[in-house]
Write a protein that binds this ligand. Structure first.
Ligand SMILES: Nc1ncnc2c1ncn2[C@@H]1O[C@H](COP(=O)(O)OP(=O)(O)OP(=O)(O)O)[C@@H](O)[C@H]1O
Length: 261
């Protein structure tokens, strides 16, 4: 695998006459922590769905954990990839307890399951819920949780199978300021943990990039504006081009902020 967990080469996704992702080249190596930023409709979720082997590109080559998409059984590949996003939440049946959602992750189901889980599985699921600050919600119906609580449960679920690649789609969207800062701090802990998988986090805001993140990919109209080490990529020039307005970008310690000028 050469230390490369994700490799995209000339990846294009077309649907219904529209080009959602356009000629993307991108590599993610073990230990890297990537933020993918871009405006609404830039193609971020589409790109993440390709990385999760959920979506096959119209053109180009995708390698995930050393396996080439199109030549691998995606049902064997997916449990090695942790994914948290709105598409997971929307597949959860009403009445499903939080603990079941986390437990079932290793088997590619969402919630209801046929497997008999062992006590190590229960221990790990509860420990992960605790780590993300939602241990007391284990028996609650997922659909009764607040947005912030749901996000944490889905991240715990994504980590359950001890993945080699973790993909989080807008984990801080819809959270209040306290919730966002708490989540960003926990993600920072993950970013700085050498044993943690390679991370890719999709966001609209540079303020949501956790400390410890190493790389940024900027996307606009399905194409990469710039991708690489965070200090080289997160400049006013590149961010202004990405969002189509004149922006000032500041670094404050390990965090970033941007505003229009
Ligand atoms: N099946 C489809 N057919 C046609 N267009 C689609 C389809 N799916 C998505 N799109 C369009 O592709 C573009 C990219 O969508 P995508 O969800 O990947 O963007 P995004 O960067 O994640 O956006 P957001 O930040 O708003 O979540 C959007 O304009 C969307 O309307």
């Amino acid at each position: 695998m050469d230390g490369r967990v994700l490799g995209l080469s000339g990846v294009t996704v077309r649907r219904g006459g529209a080009t959602l992702v356009n000629g993307v080249d991108w590599s993610v190596l073990e230990g890297e922590r990537w933020a993918v930023l871009g405006p609404n409709g830039a193609g971020k979720t589409t790109l993440l769905n390709v990385a999760f082997s959920q979506l096959h590109p119209t053109a180009g080559v995708v390698e995930i954990l050393g396996e080439r998409l199109g030549q691998v059984d995606v049902f064997e590949l997916r449990p090695l990839i942790g994914y948290a996003g709105a598409s997971v939440a929307s597949r959860i049946e009403p009445g499903t307890p939080v603990l079941d959602i986390v437990l079932s992750a290793a088997y590619g189901y969402v919630g209801r399951f046929r497997e008999e889980y062992g006590s190590p599985d229960y221990g790990r699921a509860r420990a992960l819920l605790g780590h993300w600050g939602v241990a007391d919600l284990a028996d609650r119906d997922f659909h009764t949780l607040s947005e912030g609580e749901r996000k944490r449960v889905l991240i715990a679920r994504a980590l359950m199978a001890d993945p080699e690649l973790l993909l989080l789609d807008e984990p801080a969207a819809g959270l209040d300021l306290g919730g966002r800062e708490d989540l960003v701090r926990r993600m920072s802990g993950l970013a700085r943990n050498e044993a943690a998988p390679a991370l890719v986090v999709v966001s609209h805001h540079v303020e949501e990039i956790p400390a410890g993140f190493t790389h940024v990919l900027l996307l606009r109209d399905g194409a990469v504006v710039k991708a690489g080490p965070i200090d080289e990529v997160l400049t006013a020039e590149h961010l202004s081009e990405t969002f189509g307005l004149s922006l000032k970008v500041e670094r404050d310690g390990d965090r970033w902020n941007a505003r229009a000028v």
